[in-house]
Design a protein around this ligand. Structure first.
Ligand code: COA
Length: 330
């Protein structure tokens, strides 16, 4: 195989306009700003309204990522949308392709919940490595507000909506330095958004299940335990593949689930607080969007600079978890 490298050459993000802060949540469920802030670090989240769409948000984030890469949508070979909340169960990537006018690009959805961005980044990289495609748009976007039980105080306080995107391109030197991906379906029961088909009799003796989904169901304690144990391990593995040590990481971008998880993971890895990117106070857990959203903000704020080494790690439903170590820019 040819020795083709990968570079992440641009990023973009988009958020819906509507805010919901913790105080407003107290009108919906028995909770308090103090409880939510101390247990999670989240202060507010953004929510899409009825007329906004996942593909609209994702298109906006994509346009910014494409512009910051200095390419045009028509140059894209591939678009991967990591999402668990498409506008269309058949997939929303093609709608984004159309909205971007990226007529050459093949487009498809990838589902790996809150690990979706890391799984998608690695998937996108394989197409470039093999020489099949050169320019790939990788989007992480979710609108979990559509699927949360707003009467369940154990989950509704956590989630928000958003979209983030990056452009990956074939490059002389390889900037994707190492990765590791993991899945464990035996723990699926701890976090899911399950289809619960309604029994329907079509004809005497012919039964089908009519499409219906339960809201997000979660065992918070188990998910917390899983994240704090497995995320440091997977980052260690990815660092090993990258032939790097933990002190060579400039920035840690974890899936923005809970500040206590971010702190515990950083502590276990011995990564100082100033290297940990956190924006969950503003947006809550935006699922597949959280890593590219945090990355894009940090790049635009001038924190992450060309050649900085970033360790990104996603974790969540499946259960799935993974880490990718990359150097920003060409
Ligand atoms: N407001 C006030 N009280 C709440 C509450 C809320 N929103 N949610 C739960 N409580 C109560 C519980 O009923 C419980 O009361 P009890 O002791 O009288 O039974 C008490 O607070 C403690 O609940 P518990 O579930 O043990 O809290 P916790 O410390 O585990 O925190 C989470 C709950 C959800 C914040 C935490 O478990 C977590 O963040 N887990 C990871 C979840 C996650 O990140 N999921 C997405 C991964 S992609």
């Amino acid at each position: 195989m040819q020795n083709i490298g990968i570079a992440i050459t641009g990023s973009g993000s988009a958020l819906p306009a509507t805010f919901l802060d913790n105080q407003a949540l107290t009108k919906l469920v028995d909770t308090s700003d103090e409880w939510i802030t101390t247990r999670t670090g989240i202060r507010q989240r953004r929510l899409v309204n009825q007329s906004e769409s996942l593909s609209g948000l994702a298109t906006l984030a994509s346009q910014k990522a494409i512009a910051s890469s200095g390419i045009s949508p028509q140059e894209l070979d591939l678009i991967i949308l990591a999402t668990s909340t498409p506008d269309d169960m058949f997939g929303s990537a093609c709608q984004i392709q159309a909205q971007l006018g990226a007529h050459k690009a093949v487009a498809f959805d990838l589902t790996a919940a809150c690990s979706g961005f890391v799984f998608g980044l690695v998937t996108a990289a394989q197409y470039i490595k093999t020489g099949v495609y050169k320019k790939v748009l990788m989007i992480g976007a979710d609108v979990l507000s559509r699927w949360v039980d707003w009467q369940d105080r154990g989950t509704c306080i956590l989630f928000g909506d958003g979209a983030g995107a990056v452009v990956l391109q074939a490059n002389e030197s390889d900037r994707l330095l190492g990765f590791e991906l993991k899945s464990d379906g035996t723990q699926n029961k701890y976090l899911n958004l399950a289809c619960t088909p309604e029994p329907t009799e079509l004809l005497p003796g012919v039964h089908v299940g009519k499409g219906n989904f339960q809201p997000i169901t979660m065992n918070g304690k188990e998910v917390y335990r899983f994240a704090v144990q497995k995320v440091p391990e997977v980052i260690d593995k990815a660092l090993f593949h990258a032939n790097l040590t933990v002190d060579q990481i400039d920035w840690l971008i974890l899936h923005q689930a809970n500040q206590r998880i971010l702190d515990a993971v950083a502590q276990r890895l011995n990564i100082p607080e100033h290297k940990v990117i956190s924006n969950l106070a503003e947006y809550g857990n935006t699922s597949a969007a959280s890593i590219p959203l945090a990355l894009d903000e940090a790049v635009r704020q001038g924190k992450i600079k060309p050649n900085d080494i970033v360790a990104a790690s996603g974790f969540g439903a499946g259960l799935t978890w993974g880490a990718a170590i990359f150097q920003w820019g060409r």
